[in-house]
Design a protein. Structure first.
Length: 138
């Protein structure tokens, strides 16, 4: 898909199609979260149905992938430790990590991965991710 870079910092490039490419990991992120607290299953379904940037292979990020966005040296205007190029509307984002009735979420004020007992609770939001070929990374 043809797209234009519209903003960048030392590591992230925001594109005109509503995506942000991480030049360090090669991952492509939605430019913002889903905007409301949902449970883990709804978060996973949101990613499956998401078509941001014209792509249909979005998914929930692993704990490791989401943790790469936590940047203690950068704080955005909302007090979250993440690049200004990615808009989060809450401090907690779901990860793909789930076992039985427990799921993990990342807190962008502390960088801590929290285990939520009762993954059906509407306590977190979702930031979709997809892999991107390294050759497309600038």
């Amino acid at each position: 898909y043809a797209t234009e870079d519209i903003a960048q910092d030392s590591r992230f490039v925001r594109q005109s199609n509503g995506t942000v490419v991480d030049t360090k990991t090669g991952l492509m992120w939605a430019a913002g979260d889903n905007g409301e607290d949902v449970n883990w299953s709804t978060a996973a379904l949101f990613c499956e149905q998401y078509a941001g940037g014209g792509y249909t292979d979005w998914r929930l990020p692993t704990s490791e992938e989401l943790s790469t966005l936590y940047t203690p040296e950068k704080v955005n205007k909302d007090g979250l430790f993440i690049s200004e190029l990615i808009r989060l509307s809450s401090i907690m984002m779901w990860t793909a990590d789930r076992h039985a009735c427990k799921a993990k979420t990342l807190d962008f004020t502390s960088g801590l991965l929290l285990t939520i007992v009762g993954s059906r609770a509407d306590v977190s939001r979702v930031l979709p991710v997809r892999g991107v070929a390294k050759k497309n990374v600038k």
